[in-house]
Design a binder for this molecule. Structure first.
Ligand SMILES: NC(=O)c1ccc[n+]([C@@H]2O[C@H](COP(=O)([O-])OP(=O)(O)OC[C@H]3O[C@@H](n4cnc5c(N)ncnc54)[C@H](OP(=O)(O)O)[C@@H]3O)[C@@H](O)[C@H]2O)c1
Length: 309
């Protein structure tokens, strides 16, 4: 089968199209014939070696941690899926990923694809959608009527977080640059904030929850935006417990864990027309380097899809 693999850390030139054996599945795995994958910033962060102390990869490795496709084989212990089922998943990032014709995934990381989603849309949802859900719902405990600030509301995680938070009945404030203000409103934000137009403190009334997708100064300037007892959840920089205490707030860091439970929750929102990923760019497997470069601009709106078959 075809697989885009890296044999060493480095630039986009390390992404090589190889012909390799179809993966062998374990008894609790399913083999998925890949229809689409998507790009997440973690893909190029792994490629460049930023995560090498955190996840010790055995080279060569196939990247791509979103997948939609069709079940082509099931392990002997798997009872929930059968050959021909249309599924999607955020597979374990310590195994080979989905820039390939086939991927082996643990069955408990897989869910049925909603018929309302195309294969491209289904591949846009898992990693960014699970992350948004874990921040807002599992950790942030967002309640109807609360106010939530979502930084980078035009990005992969942010645009899904806006929709999930609206579905939970929250008032949503989201940030983006001038060009993306209208898009934030289209995703459902109650207040679109232009971070290029001065201090956020002057533009935003206090919130119960901040979702930090940027880190650095964006995170440090966010404490002052929280109500007393509010919470800052970051997916990029571990927030300081000391600063949290100073602002009478709570702090948390989320690193995504694969979850078929959350995929099923996302499906429910899709079924109710409350959630739909936005796809701005589509690339083929052969164009993977361009897809990485697009993600590395930091300016992507919604998601970048890799069409595999
Ligand atoms: N911990 C985890 O489990 C986890 C999971 C998923 C992602 N992440 C990390 O979270 C970050 C975001 O991921 P993503 O997939 O959403 O990235 P992305 O899709 O590449 O985000 C791009 C968006 O960021 C916006 N942006 C850039 N600078 C901004 C700023 N200062 N304020 C507001 N918006 C800004 C851009 O909008 P404008 O062009 O309008 O600025 C663009 O739409 C990445 O660093 C990723 O690695 C972590």
């Amino acid at each position: 089968m075809r697989a885009i693999r890296i044999h060493q850390y480095g630039g986009t030139e390390t992404l090589q199209l190889n012909q390799i054996d179809t993966p062998k599945i374990n008894t609790d795995d399913i083999l998925i014939k890949v229809k689409s994958s998507s790009i997440n910033p973690v893909d190029w962060k792994i490629r460049e070696g930023y995560l090498k102390d955190f996840i010790p990869y055995q080279m060569p490795v196939t990247l791509g941690f979103d997948v939609s496709g069709v079940v082509s084989e099931v392990g002997s212990e798997v009872t929930d899926f059968k050959v021909g089922d249309e599924v999607f998943s955020r597979p374990d990032i310590s195994r080979d990923g989905a820039y390939a014709d086939y991927i082996a995934v643990k069955a408990d990381e897989v869910a049925f694809k909603s018929p309302k989603l195309s294969f491209e849309q289904a591949a846009a949802l898992p990693l960014a959608g699970i992350t948004a859900w874990q921040c807002l719902v599992d950790v942030g405990q967002l309640q109807a009527g609360q106010r939530v600030l979502i930084h980078a509301g035009a990005g992969g995680v942010g645009h899904l977080a806006i929709q999930i938070a609206k579905a939970k009945g929250a008032t949503v404030i989201a940030t983006a640059s001038t060009a993306n203000q209208e898009l934030l409103t289209q995703f459902g934000a109650d207040q679109a904030v232009d971070y290029t137009k001065g201090s956020l403190l002057e533009q935003i009334e206090p919130v119960d929850l901040v979702i930090d997708t940027i880190g650095g100064e964006v995170q440090s300037n966010s404490w002052a935006l929280l109500k007393a007892g509010g919470m800052l959840v970051s997916i990029v920089d571990q927030p300081s417990e000391e600063l949290a205490k100073q602002h009478n707030a709570k702090a948390a860091f989320v690193f995504i864990e694969s979850s078929s439970r959350i995929l099923r929750e996302l499906n429910k929102l899709v079924e109710k027309d409350q959630l739909l990923p936005f796809i701005e760019h589509r690339f083929s497997l052969e164009q993977i380097a361009d897809a990485h470069l697009q993600s590395q601009t930091g300016r992507t709106r919604g998601k970048i899809i890799i069409k595999v078959s």
